[in-house]
Ligand binder design. Structure first.
Ligand code: SF4
Ligand code: ZN
Length: 313
């Protein structure tokens, strides 16, 4: 909050820790978490995000959004009667990956939720082997692939991700400018699966980054504050932030109205190597496995041979 007289919580009168202009409300540390969870509950009901008895797999990285996602879903799971587990992917990004795995372990222990872990290295490469400027697109593709395959092979009905309104808006502008209109179809609170693609849900799609951050802080949940070392500077998020400062509620209104946009899905086929859904002969993930798996293999064998030379000397 800015300087001046401290605001009071609208619910209990204690000192407020956050003022949300678009709801015209100030709340204290104790009253914000239930307020946030009620907002999620309202959206889950309104958009029929989760159905009764579904098996939900939440994608967790340890960042504030996925931590907020898992905690809010955990609070909802008994009322809505669904089964909840978490999946963490170890991407092999050095210290960052080690710390995010640690946060996920701690969080799941605190919330009493089963944590599943898949290592990208099981597929023959890690994100540290990716020597291109498009590292995030290789990483994003790997995450989508592994989440989908793990969920399907382990009997989950839906995959939940922590995408927030800021992410959706920034991606909207980037994709719109690149001419990817069909992309909008995927950015719904719930996108039904088809064939080998598992249903996706985005329960935080109307929540802002700020709301998620305040939630994890006021609920004192473990989270990883550090960003991935590969994270690009996102100018669109800065622009969106400035618009929101001038027009409170802009982000949520924009995203809500996006749900009404038209739908157009690209044609798909099956990857000739692994059989997963793909838009080309060999899916992007298998192409990455071939390319970076080879790089990783060469790196390992040259490290081994230099060790042997050192031993002989
Ligand atoms: Fe992966 Fe890029 Fe995100 Fe890092 S910033 S986790 S490399 S997508
Ligand atoms: Zn209060």
């Amino acid at each position: 909050m800015k300087g001046g007289k401290a605001k009071k919580c609208k619910k209990c009168g204690k000192r407020a820790v956050v003022s949300l202009k678009n709801y015209k409300i100030s709340l204290c540390q104790d009253c914000f978490p239930p307020f946030f969870e009620r907002l999620i509950e309202r959206d889950v009901k309104k958009y029929r995000v989760i159905r009764e008895n579904e098996r939900v797999l939440a994608a967790v990285s340890g960042g504030k959004d996925s931590v907020a996602l898992l905690s809010a879903l955990s609070a909802l799971s008994s009322n809505f009667n669904f089964h909840l587990e978490a999946l963490h992917i170890d991407l092999g990004i050095g210290e960052y990956s080690r710390r995010s795995a640690e946060v996920c372990r701690k969080l799941c222990q605190e919330l009493g939720i089963e944590l599943n872990t898949v290592r990208l290295s099981e597929y023959g490469f890690t994100i540290s082997d990716v020597n291109t400027r498009k590292v995030c697109s290789v990483c994003g593709n790997a995450k989508r692939y592994i989440f989908n395959r793990f969920a399907r092979e382990n009997g989950f009905d839906v995959i939940a991700t922590g995408h927030n309104a800021d992410d959706i808006l920034a991606n909207f502008f980037k994709n719109w400018l690149a001419g990817n209109r069909w992309w909008i179809e995927k950015q719904m609170p719930r996108t039904e699966g088809f064939d080998r693609v598992v249903t996706r849900i985005r329960p935080l799609i109307l929540r802002t980054e700020k709301e998620n951050a305040v939630y994890v802080l006021t609920k004192q949940l473990p989270f990883l504050a550090d960003e991935c070392p590969n994270a690009p500077q996102d100018r669109w998020k800065e622009i969106i932030y400035e618009i929101e400062a001038k027009i409170p509620g802009f982000k949520q209104n924009f995203v809500r109205n996006m749900f009404k946009e038209s739908k157009e899905i690209p044609e798909f086929r099956y990857c000739s190597v692994c059989g997963e859904i793909s838009t080309s002969e060999i899916c992007q993930f298998c192409r990455n496995v071939m390319r970076y798996g080879q790089i990783a293999m060469v790196a390992r064998s040259s490290a081994e041979s230099s060790e042997e030379v050192a031993k002989k000397e």
